[in-house]
Design a protein around this ligand. Sequence first.
Ligand code: NAD
Length: 497
Amino acid sequence: MTEVNIDWHDRAKKLNIDGRALIDGERVNAQDGTTFACFSPIDGRKLADVAHSKAADVNTAVAVARAAFQDRRWAGLSPRDRKEAMVRFADLVLAHQAELALLETLDMGKPISASLSMDVASAANTLRWFGEAIDKIYDEIAPTAEHTLAMITREPVGVVAAIVPWNYPILMACWKIAPALAAGNSVILKPSEKSPLSALRLGDLALLAGIPKGVLNVVPGFGAEAGTPLAMHMDVDCIAFTGSTEVGKKIQIMAGQSNLKRAWCELGGKSPNIIFADCNVDEAVASSVASIFYNQGESCNAPSRLLVERTIKDAFIKKLLTHLPRYQPGNPLDTTTTMGAIVDNRQMDNILKYIQSGLTEGATLLAGGVRVLGKTGGFYISPTVFDHVTNDMKIAAEEIFGPVLSIITFDTEEEAVEIANDTPYGLAAAIWTQNLSRAHLLAKALRAGMVYINSYDEDDITVPFGGYQQSGNGRDKSLHALDKYTELKTTWIKLKP
Ligand code: NAD
């Protein structure tokens, strides 16, 4: 359990960060000795020099992971033994909850209260859940003819490369490594260059938990230099990617250009949140605001398009604006802060460009729209709300990945569905209504991997997470995630009559 009353500012000053890669159970420098500086978006301070991994480091990590897989030091353990190691891993993550949460907050700017209670706690739960699951899953015998026996079994795919983004660094890492490890694979984890720190500590804790060396390797580095060699590698069997649609498309191409490795992509979104006049308005307002501004709007499933029925729009907006003071950015190390810093200067500038495009295209800025707390040296944007948005404007069509809400008006159910589905994405969607038939019919009509009715962002490890269309393929979480990291084998046995 985490101690209470931690002085996070003080704790941050005393942190000792090891930025070296983790390969074959050892913390190592990049082979060419280079590092890159890791800065905090809270105030621009340098946190650590991190190993600048490139193709040579990736090649070593893949060779090590392959050797670990071949000698079956992990894949050959009984599911029960793997379970026990995974559960110890989860326990260790919880035992280091404060340290990991602090690293996460310093590295990418989210509020410390969220890092503690959501990110690190959910990461531990993910490791525990897949560990607990793996010795409770049975293979199949097919109903074939009498003198045959056909066994359908699952085997680990082998060497898995996990490439993850910066918005939920430790959690996205665990959504990949937990099912991959539980199934018996060896893994190379490449965290985002913007948030490499918690992944490196995760690697240390896996070793401490008794997961054999070489089974989980962590190579921090940039996309083109460390991610591409993984995606192109002839000896990586599966790539599990979470990130932008733009890079996801490249990952699919690289998989095809190399060894046709399985390429699972969890990508971006532009999710609609549809508000009907008959809904519980107070609940809908509170949820709409909380879910777009959570994590500074840097969530793949953020409900960034708010579709409101015309008859209640003015009243709805009036209420919505009263919630904004609660989401003004603050220092992420203060426990009362609900919205923290944007991950870096570049992302902040991108968001500000989108805000400018909203103004240029004729949307009405109702709140925010500016950088704040600039004197801190950090990157903060006030919660931003646009009205009179049409679905063809850039702020409605493209993923902004920041605290920007676009309000679109509709008159009929048909129009709401048409606008909601008019997107290349399909990650999530929500419907707010008291009409049960309408809720069910619209849930079927919406092209999205996750539909919420009278809520947003319900979360449980037992349910799949992922999208339709250009939001990706495959699913994280739930037992379905194991499909990505296992091969199906059929073994036919001819029985003597
Ligand atoms: P990104 O695509 O820029 O980077 C993601 C990862 O890919 C990073 O580790 C990066 O270093 C690596 N990468 C970049 N270029 C690469 C290349 N050419 N080859 C190989 N690897 C490369 O995304 P980001 O900015 O880190 O994350 C934000 C995106 O992630 C958003 O689009 C968001 O919607 C998406 N996301 C999706 C989910 C989901 O489950 N669907 C969850 C979280 C985030």
